[in-house]
Design a protein around this ligand. Structure first.
Ligand SMILES: [Zn+2]
Length: 277
């Protein structure tokens, strides 16, 4: 897999694509006339610096903020590398503070994996991003919001809106209305921190209702998606996920027989796993 690329998504929005080798997520910059906002800090200072280096030729206006979509390490641990306030939803800030209070040496991390407090997948990816687990420094958010915060950047705004959901109760999306862009973070993904990965019908439905509220949008960036979605692609993804909930509620285990694609089958399996998680 190639390194992350910086792609222009819309007039003011640039996307640093994800890199699955260490689970680095999408990073997004919103370039206003007066100020710049970054959405998601990244997995490490190295990830953040690679993004900032890629942005530098664009000569962005000074950074107003780096906003976190949720607390997970791959989105938040790079926050200290930005010369800007870290902005986060209140639950995100609390959970980042809890992460900062933990020990990140080999023994402590292995013990958390053993007790189920940490996922083996995250521990494996942390070892790729931080060889020998060296250099993990967790910056605490400086500005906290509850439901919504709007960053006025000059000619463009970045609205941070708490949507919650199964993946992380603190999940926030970034909406750039002038450009018709929606940055999802991981909000529509399943819950990982559980005895098994799963969706709940209510958790998935609640986040889909929130996402419908932003439509129509022209460009959608997912936390770990390799391609940005256009309006049609996003509408079909929402419809597929909504349809999966309906089929699982109606048919139970037999919903598997209705799968229309590998993605659909996976969603149905994750929803059924939610009944046993
Ligand atoms: Zn996540």
């Amino acid at each position: 897999m190639a390194d992350s690329r910086l792609e222009q998504v819309a007039d003011h929005v640039w996307w640093f694509t994800p890199d699955e080798r260490s689970d680095r997520p999408s990073l997004v910059a919103v370039l206003g006339e007066r100020q710049t906002a970054v959405v998601d800090a990244g997995a490490s200072a190295a990830h953040a610096r690679a993004f900032l280096d890629a942005l530098a030729p664009l000569e962005p206006a000074p950074l107003r903020a780096v906003a976190l979509t949720h607390w997970h390490w791959d989105h938040s641990f790079g926050a200290g590398a930005y010369d800007a306030p870290v902005v986060a939803q209140r639950e995100t800030a609390a959970e980042v503070a809890r992460q900062a209070s933990l020990a990140w040496d080999e023994t402590s991390l292995a013990e958390r994996v053993r007790t189920g407090a940490e996922l083996e997948f995250c521990a494996d990816m942390l070892h790729v991003e931080y060889p020998g687990l060296a250099g993990i420094e967790i910056a605490l958010p400086h500005e906290v919001f509850d439901a919504e915060l709007t960053l006025e950047l000059g000619g463009v705004t970045c609205r941070l809106v708490h949507v919650g959901g199964d993946h992380a109760a603190d999940s926030v999306v970034a909406h750039i209305p002038e450009d018709g862009v929606l940055v999802l973070g991981d909000c529509h993904y399943p819950r990982l921190y559980a005895s098994r990965e799963h969706y709940t019908p209510d958790g998935l439905r609640s986040v889909l209702v929130r996402l419908r509220g932003f439509t129509p949008v022209r460009h959608v960036i997912e936390g770990h998606g390799e391609e940005a979605l256009d309006a049609v692609g996003f509408a079909s993804q929402l419809a597929r996920l909504e349809g999966a909930i309906d089929r699982v509620e109606e048919l139970g285990e037999e919903a598997i027989g209705t799968a229309t694609s590998d993605d659909d089958r996976e969603t149905l399996e994750l929803l059924l796993a939610g009944f046993q998680a």
